[in-house]
Design a protein around this ligand. Structure first.
Ligand code: NDP
Length: 453
């Protein structure tokens, strides 16, 4: 008896997913990222049997390399502390591994694998020659002195340096890793290698090889992507009420660009709660509190009399037209998704990685809410990181406007490509399908061309 191509493709993805769960049963975030991916790429598997013949899914879901290491360091009281470090080098089919480092107490192998897996396809979508990687540590920079962060970063890099390089693997920032941490990491790498490898890390300071507009790139890119998506529904971001979660790098610059384009941002958050400002959030105040003073977002109402702070609640309980989750994974579950819809949300775009659970995504889709998945919407950061590498290689520094212009072009292209592919594969408007299949095809074809490695 012959089985249909559809059934064969589903059998293949099911087999892969079951084997992943069996091998690493505790890696729930990784399972979630893989499940979202596998359930959307069936149309590509149906169209061509070469992917199964070449065991592409088996190879794609197994990192090329995962290193884990000890990071001993001495705190300000002279006490020895030990953290755990990771680097996952997931896939190098289209270029050297590229992806950020996250310093947060929740970091473990599941988190770095989910982030590294997503990074493969995100990087492919940018159209630039970069493979997928990610890393980090369960170190918590919050409440640490600059000296402690430096000693930790130096110890972390002492191990990481064995695995990275400008043509091998180029880390960058992520949660908990900003310009301060990148500076310490870069300094240690330079010291260890005895050479100024500008292209060894991205997100560097402007005085030593960083790119203008890299700080802004992820947040601005999310808003550029959102405006493209809204056009398909005859909507504009101008005059819309926007709510953003988080108040870190991605959130701040998403707010800034949304405001530039005429939206009113009424709320943002951090892990302690959210602020609501009916007059519109003042981004300069948020920058001062979060970037300069490194304090809690609850400080904001001290500077703006009509603003309020609500502890330990989701910012998405605020009524808004556009929701931009820019904080962390799984911050929007089914319940919050339903609340957003009840409150009239018109579009959702993911600035954070995997901020919506699978149930939340289904809820948005069932209610026909335009939805921009993180792989596509937040690719602006890594895209400008690749432009930073290009500037480093050419020993040039481009103007802000030049980089921003390239970023806009890249985000437009990602939107076009994901929309076209979604339509081609019979799922018009489903940008999750579009992003996953577009990224998959590029990487899978490169893997097949390079043989069984
Ligand atoms: P930051 O560390 O700069 O900021 C993270 C923000 O999210 C902080 O305001 C933090 O609050 C907040 N946050 C963390 N957990 C929660 C929570 N449970 N509830 C509410 N707020 C929370 O990180 P980034 O802005 O760089 O990264 C944010 C997201 O974007 C991550 O998913 C990251 O992987 C993704 N991303 C980042 C890119 C980049 O270029 N930076 C590129 C692509 C994706 P607190 O200060 O209290 O910890």
């Amino acid at each position: 008896m012959t089985i249909s191509k559809q059934a064969a493709a589903e059998k293949y993805t099911k087999r892969i997913f079951e084997s992943i769960k069996e091998r690493d049963p505790a890696e729930v975030e990784f399972h979630q990222a893989v499940e979202e991916f596998l359930t959307t790429i069936t149309p590509a598997l149906i169209k061509d049997s070469k992917f199964e013949q070449n065991a592409i899914l088996e190879r794609l879901t197994e990192p090329e390399r995962l290193v884990s290491f000890r990071i001993p360091w001495v705190d300000d009281h002279g006490k020895v502390q030990v953290n755990r470090g990771f680097r996952v080098q997931f896939n190098s089919a289209i270029g050297p591994y590229k992806g950020g480092l996250r310093f947060h107490p929740t970091v473990n192998s599941s988190i770095v694998k989910f982030l590294g897996f997503e990074q493969i396809f995100k990087n492919a979508l940018t159209g630039l020659p970069i493979g997928g990687g990610k890393g980090g540590s369960n170190f918590d920079p919050k409440g640490k002195s600059d000296e402690e962060v430096m000693r930790f970063a130096q110890s972390f890099m002492t191990e990481l340096a064995k695995h990275i390089g400008p043509n091998t693997d180029i880390p960058a920032g992520d949660v908990g890793v900003g310009p301060r941490e990148i500076g310490f990491l870069f300094g240690q790498y330079k010291r260890m290698t005895g050479a100024f490898h500008a292209g060894s890390l991205t997100g560097k300071g402007l005085g030593y090889g960083g790119s203008l507009a890299r700080t802004e790139a992820t947040g601005y890119g999310v808003v550029y992507f959102t405006t493209e998506m809204l056009k398909d529904y005859d909507m504009k971001i101008k005059d819309q009420k926007v709510v953003v979660s988080g108040s870190g790098n991605v959130a701040i610059y998403a707010m800034e660009k949304a405001i530039h384009l005429g939206a009113t941002v009424i709320g943002c958050s951090d892990s302690s709660g959210y602020i609501y400002d009916p007059d519109g959030i003042d981004v300069d105040t948020v920058k001062q509190i979060k970037e300069v003073e490194r304090k809690r977002i609850s400080e904001y109402p001290k500077h703006h009399k009509n603003a309020t702070f609500t502890a330990n609640k989701s910012v998405f309980e605020l009524k808004c037209d556009i929701a931009l989750p820019c904080a962390t994974q799984n911050e929007i579950d089914e319940k919050i998704a339903k609340l957003l819809i009840k409150n009239g949300v018109k579009a959702v775009a993911e600035g954070a990685n995997m901020p919506s659970t699978l149930e939340a995504i289904k809820t948005f889709q069932d209610n026909h809410i335009p939805f921009a998945p993180s792989k596509a919407a937040n690719a602006g950061g890594v895209a400008v990181s690749a432009l930073e590498m290009a500037q480093n290689s050419a020993r040039l520094s481009w103007h802000f406007e030049e980089v921003d212009h390239e970023l806009q072009k890249i985000m437009r292209n990602i939107h076009t490509r994901t929309s076209v592919i979604a339509k081609e594969y019979g799922e018009e408007g489903n940008l999750i399908v579009g992003a996953n299949i577009a990224g998959f095809l590029k990487v899978a074809d490169a893997m097949i061309a390079q043989g069984v490695i």
